[in-house]
Design a protein around this ligand. Structure first.
Ligand code: SF4
Ligand code: SF4
Length: 374
């Protein structure tokens, strides 16, 4: 496992503390979205389709800090939008690090290399760089030719400057398991701390609706990718969540594990769905009909979801909150190579689907971003 011991200790003691307090529902990672605008327009993105007056808005540092205090989660993920476009992102990150929160700043890294001198390396700060696979796959996924090379430059510079860096990969239907495995070799050779993976969620606002993975196809794909693992691959995520993706474990969603706060307030019920907003974290916890969410609920919006923000908190709770889970985590981390002949056969089959020709849409998007900044 690539997560440093100090971070694991913080999370483990936090989970045990919540159990001792008898807290049935507790947050693990705050998904703090300080803005929605971005300098890309990825086909699978459900965040950047807002009208211009919404895309212009930012959360202030004070609003970010208040949300973090109110929530109390030990980790804060800052997605967006593109956080590096926020005019006060350095102040926000510094404030969270001062509060000893483990911060994952999620970036497409188009501006990372240029902005790095403004940040200070810390065990509390990780740049989580959006890379959706090898060059061709990534550029297709983010609809931007050359996006991979720019992001990789940012990754290398961040590693050189002593920052914690992970890659963050969303996989869609047609993903080529062999190419993803080769991509793991590539990113590990760049010196990153670990890899983060998730299947894409079927956002109803995303322009490309055809390439989201159903549950059975997700399990098949992740089994092919994650079985027969190389020792050199490190994952910055719960090993039990990876087993869930491979179809080796069955977990229910924990939507309150990764609560989302953005310019509209606290989002019900999770980072992915927008079933209304409330003003306070307590209202989110008390007023959300939690039984109406998760695959078992029969809610069609949750039917195909296996996304990390819903299911990784379940895996972490299991791993640190029970002896059985803890032993499973130790076994998965230290002893399991996931040898699987059937998975090797899957690698020999051609990838289903695949993608067409890259459509270059970066220039209009960059113009729009410039207009929004003006
Ligand atoms: S990088 Fe892509 S997925 Fe991320 S916020 Fe921007 S458009 Fe959306
Ligand atoms: S199953 Fe997915 S979409 Fe549904 S509540 Fe959980 S995380 Fe959200």
């Amino acid at each position: 496992m690539a997560v440093p011991i100090s971070q694991m200790w913080t999370v483990a003691t936090y989970v045990l503390g919540q159990k001792l307090k008898g807290r049935e529902r507790y947050p693990l990672v705050l998904m703090l979205e300080p803005l929605f605008r971005c300098n890309l327009a990825c086909a699978g993105c459900g965040k950047v389709q807002y009208p211009p007056h919404i895309l212009k808005k930012n959360l202030s540092p004070a609003e970010c800090f208040a949300a973090v205090e109110e929530c109390g989660a030990p980790m804060v993920s800052i997605p967006g939008g593109e956080p590096l476009l926020h005019p006060q992102i350095v102040e926000i990150v510094e404030g969270l690090v001062a509060r000893k929160k483990y911060v994952y700043l999620c970036t497409n890294a188009l501006e990372l290399k240029k902005r790095l001198p403004e940040f200070t390396p810390s065990k509390y700060l990780t740049f989580s760089v959006h890379l959706d696979g090898q060059r061709e796959h990534h550029d297709f996924s983010v609809c931007r030719e050359g996006g991979y090379d720019i992001a990789v430059e940012g990754v290398r510079e961040a590693v050189k400057r002593g920052f914690r860096v992970t890659t963050n990969t969303t996989l869609f239907d047609g993903a080529d398991a062999n190419s993803v495995r080769a991509f793991f070799d590539e990113v590990m050779s760049m010196g990153v701390e670990g890899i983060v993976l998730s299947p894409g969620y079927t956002y109803d606002k995303a322009p490309d609706q055809k390439h989201f993975l159903g549950r059975a196809r997700s399990r098949r794909l992740f089994r092919a990718i994650l079985s027969n693992r190389k020792k050199s691959w490190k994952f910055n995520m719960s090993p039990l969540f990876l087993e869930f993706l491979m179809g080796k474990r069955s977990y229910k969603c924990t939507p309150w594990g990764s609560p989302a706060y953005n310019i509209f307030g606290w989002q019900k019920p999770c980072y992915l769905l927008q079933d209304g907003y409330v003003d306070t974290f307590q209202e989110l916890m008390n007023l959300t009909d939690w039984d109406g969410y998760g695959t078992e609920s029969g809610n069609p919006k949750c039917a195909n979801c296996m996304v990390s923000c819903g299911y990784e908190p379940t895996a972490v709770d299991h791993g640190f909150g029970s002896l059985n889970g803890f032993l499973g985590m130790v076994k998965a981390t230290l002893f399991n190579k996931y040898e699987d002949r059937g998975a090797l056969d899957l690698l020999n089959k051609p990838a289903q689907g695949g993608h067409g020709t890259l459509v270059q849409i970066s220039e209009p998007v960059e113009r729009e971003v410039e207009e929004l900044r003006a």
